[in-house]
Write a protein that binds this ligand. Structure first.
Ligand SMILES: *Cc1c(COP(=O)(O)O)cnc(C)c1O
Length: 357
C-alpha cells in the first residue's frame, strides 16, 4: 500500500526550550492515518497535517472502550541521525492487544514502514537535548457508528508524535510507592496484557488516592489472591533479593513491557541470575526486614528505569537501598539509554535507523 503524504502549509514553530517540553503536550506538524473495513481491509494510508478528527458520536470507541495504543520513542544520535528502539516489538504487542479486543490486525511490515515514513518526515521535531526524545503514540480505535453491541467492523489506526523532555531532568530520584489493596488493575483472562485505554481508566482511582497520600505510584497486586505483586503504576517491576533479580511472571494480567524484556536480556548476558515468577508482598517485606531486599525499580519506555526508594502497605513502610538508586538499576539505565541514543554499539539489532532522504 502506498502512503500518501499531504504536507502542512503552515509548519508550526518548533519548541525553542527543550528543557521544558514536559510529556505529551506539544504535537508535531503531521499525523499518520489509515482506515479499516472488512471489504477493503486497511486502506487510504496517509500522512496529513496534525489536527482534530471528526467521528460519529455513536462510535464504538466512545461507548465500549474499543481502543488500544503503543508508546515508543525516536532518539537523536550525536551524529544528528535519528533512530527507533525495537519498534517491531511494539507492533507485535499491538497485534496481541488487537486480538484481545477484537480489533483488526495490522500488517507488521507495513506498520513499520508507516512508522519509519512518518518519523522521517517529522525528524526535525526530534529534540537534540540529551534525554529528550520524540515520543510516538500509535493507536487503533473502533469506529462503527452504532450503539448495538457487536464485534468491531470499522477501525482507524493513527500515529501522533510529541517532543518530550528528559524524564530525569533532576536525576534518577527514587520514588515512594503505595501497595494498593482495594482496586485491582487486571485479572488473568482479562485485558491486563493488552495495552488498552480501558486498563488506564480503571487505574485512575487508585493512582489519585496514592497521589493524595503523597506517593508517586501504586504497586498493583494480583486480582484473585491480592497477594502477589504485578506492576508499578504503568511500569513493570523488578526486585533484587539476595543478589538475584526477580520480576513477576507473565500470566496474562501483567503487560509484557519492551523495556522489561530488554532488561532481562541484558542482565542475563551480564551473567546475573534473573527469575520470572510469582512474588508475594510478604516475601518482599520479610526480605526487606532481613536486609536482603537490595534494590527495586520499575521499567517502561517513558522513564526507562524508575528506582523505588520506599514501599508502603497498609500503613507499614520500608525504605529500599537507603532511598538511593542501586547499582543494577543504574547499570540498566546507562546501558539501555546508551543503546537507545546510539552512544554504544547495539549487539542485539534493537535499533532501527531512520535515514534522512
Ligand atoms: C506500556 C506499559 C508498560 C511498559 O511497557 P514498555 O514497553 O516497557 O514501555 C508496563 N505496564 C503497563 C501497564 C503499560 O501500559
Amino acid at each position: 500500500m502506498e502512503i500518501k503524504i499531504q504536507k502542512t502549509a503552515a509548519p508550526k514553530q518548533k519548541p525553542t526550550d527543550e528543557n521544558n517540553l514536559g510529556f505529551g503536550k506539544i504535537f508535531t506538524d503531521h499525523m499518520f492515518v489509515m482506515d479499516y473495513d472488512p471489504e477493503s481491509g486497511w486502506h487510504d494510508a496517509r500522512i496529513v497535517p496534525y489536527g482534530d478528527i471528526s467521528l460519529s458520536p455513536a462510535c464504538a470507541v466512545f461507548h465500549y472502550g474499543a481502543e488500544i495504543f503503543e508508546g515508543l520513542k525516536a532518539y537523536r544520535r550525536a551524529d544528528g541521525g535519528v533512530q527507533l528502539f525495537r519498534p517491531d516489538a511494539n507492533i507485535e504487542r499491538m497485534n496481541n492487544s488487537a486480538e484481545r479486543l477484537c480489533l483488526p490486525q495490522l500488517d507488521p511490515e507495513f506498520t513499520l514502514k508507516a512508522l519509519e515514513t512518518y518519523v522521517e518526515l517529522e525528524q526535525d521535531w526530534v529534540p537534540h537535548t540529551p534525554g529528550a526524545s520524540l515520543y510516538l503514540r500509535p493507536f487503533l480505535i473502533g469506529t462503527d457508528p452504532f450503539l448495538g453491541l457487536h464485534t468491531i467492523q470499522k477501525a482507524t489506526f493513527m500515529i501522533i508524535a510529541s517532543p518530550s523532555g528528559n524524564y530525569y531532568a533532576e536525576g534518577l530520584n527514587p520514588v515512594k510507592i503505595m501497595i494498593e489493596d482495594e482496586d485491582v488493575r487486571a485479572v488473568r483472562g482479562g485485558t491486563g496484557y493488552a495495552k488498552c485505554g480501558g486498563n488506564y481508566a480503571a487505574s485512575n482511582r487508585a493512582g489519585a488516592k496514592a497521589e493524595a497520600k503523597g506517593f508517586s505510584q501504586v504497586l498493583w497486586l494480583d486480582g484473585v489472591e491480592r497477594k502477589y505483586v504485578e506492576e508499578v503504576g504503568s511500569m513493570n517491576v523488578m526486585f533484587k533479593i539476595d543478589g538475584e533479580v526477580v520480576t513477576p511472571v507473565l500470566l496474562g494480567s501483567v503487560l509484557p513491557g519492551v523495556t522489561r524484556r530488554s532488561c532481562i536480556q541484558l542482565m542475563k548476558d551480564w551473567g546475573m541470575k534473573v527469575t520470572e515468577r510469582l512474588i508475594s508482598v510478604e516475601e518482599l517485606f520479610t526480605a526487606a526486614k532481613e536486609g536482603r531486599l537490595e534494590e527495586a525499580w520499575g521499567t517502561g519506555t517513558a522513564a526507562v528505569i524508575s528506582p523505588i526508594g520506599m514501599l508502603s502497605f497498609k500503613g507499614e513502610s520500608f525504605v529500599i537501598n537507603d532511598n538511593k538508586i542501586g547499582p543494577t538499576a543504574q547499570k540498566l539505565y546507562d546501558e539501555l539509554t546508551d543503546i537507545q541514543w546510539g552512544r554504544k554499539d547495539d549487539p542485539y539489532n534493537w535499533i532501527v535507523k531512520i535515514d534522512r532522504k
